[in-house]
Design a protein. Structure first.
Length: 210
């Protein structure tokens, strides 16, 4: 592989990466360094890269008013047949009076006991199979809570201004939160904090299954 610099008549510059294939033929892939002029000439046999993920992907989203002094509010349960990779969790808090709301992300190895409501899951592609992970909400605090493994996220969110609490582990070159099996859970938890006046949550959870 070699780099060559070709000046254009406009004073712009492109840099070409020259690749030699197994037959000995050389192919140049130009990259524009400055300006907006395109190089004149035939280009063939270059690789187009798609950055869009191709794994089956899903979103669960909704609104909920947490219980007073909320503990676990939103539950994400793993699958018995697929590996679940959580790629984004977003939560915004609305209130009618100023204040700070605590939000924690807790991993548990057993399920909470309580009345849960399932959240409808949307497929990113209609051709994908139905989601196997399950997302639920608790309008009343569950009791007892499942066995805690670790708190893997903690945020303080100011009410009235719709700020965002968000976890995107894969954006930090870290592995996404992986749920393996139906006994693997993530919970979005209110830390038992006093509920703000008029507090309500809006949430989005995005994951892939493989």
């Amino acid at each position: 592989m070699a780099n060559k610099v070709f000046p254009l008549s406009s004073g712009d510059t492109i840099r070409a990466v020259v690749l030699t294939d197994t037959t000995g033929a050389a192919n140049a892939l130009p990259v524009l360094i400055s300006g907006e002029r395109q190089a004149v000439g035939a280009i063939s046999d270059f690789l187009a890269v798609m950055t869009e993920g191709q794994k089956p992907s899903y979103t669960a989203a909704g609104f909920i008013t947490p219980a007073a002094t909320p503990t676990d509010v939103i539950e994400i349960q793993g699958s018995g047949t697929k590996t679940i990779r959580i790629v984004r969790i977003s939560l915004s808090v609305e209130s009618t009076a100023a204040g700070i709301a605590d939000v924690a992300l807790i991993r548990r190895s057993s399920q909470d006991t309580g009345t849960r409501t399932g959240v409808t899951v949307a497929k990113h592609a209609t051709s994908d199979s139905a989601a196997t992970a399950v997302v639920s909400t608790y309008a009343a605090n569950p009791s007892p809570l499942g066995t805690a493994v670790a708190t893997i996220g903690a945020k303080k969110v100011a009410g009235t201004t719709f700020p965002l609490a968000e976890w995107r582990p894969s954006n930090e070159n870290a592995r996404g939160y992986v749920l393996s099996g139906t006994g693997d859970f993530l919970y979005i938890n209110g830390n038992g904090d006093t509920l703000l006046t008029g507090e309500a949550w809006a949430f989005e959870i995005v994951w892939t299954e493989e």
